[in-house]
Ligand binder design. Sequence first.
Ligand code: ZN
Length: 274
Amino acid sequence: MITVITILGSSSLLVFLIWSWERFRYDYRRMVRDSNHPSPEGSGSLLPEWAQHHDWLRTHNIYYRALNLDNQARFLRRVMDFMRYKEFKYIDLSPDPMIPLLISSAAVQLTFGLNDFRLDFFDKIYVSGSAYRVHWHKQAFQGHVSLQGIYLSWDHFFHGYQEYDDGHNVGLHEMAHALTYGALMGKTTMEKSFRAKFKDYVKAAHPIYTNMRNGGESVLDRYAATNFHEFWAVSVEAFFEKPILLKTCEPVLYAAMCELLNQDPLELMTVKAV
Ligand SMILES: [Zn+2]
């Protein structure tokens, strides 16, 4: 009995130490970044040296294409800042400057209405050429988020933006997990106002989630019924890729997401692509 208690006590201590170390790393990274690098916000036109990045985003990210020029400049500035603070690691894939740019653009798209857009909790993004295996799981993964970083299959990420109206976008899905992942690690890893609004999102989402768990139909993909974390990530995919359908069928949820993310994809859809 004493041995069992000792083992349980030791493992709890280990979990606590890992948690404390991760929190320390997070706080330190944020402190260094904030002291060395001013906010990239501000207005201004696109810089000439961004021409290639602008072309790639305009070609492959339909959300970016719909922004006006001022917002494209602001978006690109955020993408450059996001990339600077992330380390991209490639698995079975040749490095290509377009890869970090497009992956960073998925994060910036999700957080474009928020002040805190850098997903500071993570400093590494692992990109695999295609779907990959994780430990004992039988199914291959298209993406996932863990303490070690954000993981994505490049094939699936790229396809997600090529087919931008089917409600499946692994880039937005994993960035949605990454955005709320910090909430599990402590209060300071998520903006206070975001945490408050996330409670309103949970209130709006819960009846739909419960209905799906009981086998009910929804405009959201059935994967949303797996657990509430997946509901959140799937709802983000629908929010950006099927906003008319989501707003029509689930207006309360759609309004809560507009409030939470401080943006409305439907407003962008009225802007003519450049
Ligand atoms: Zn997921």
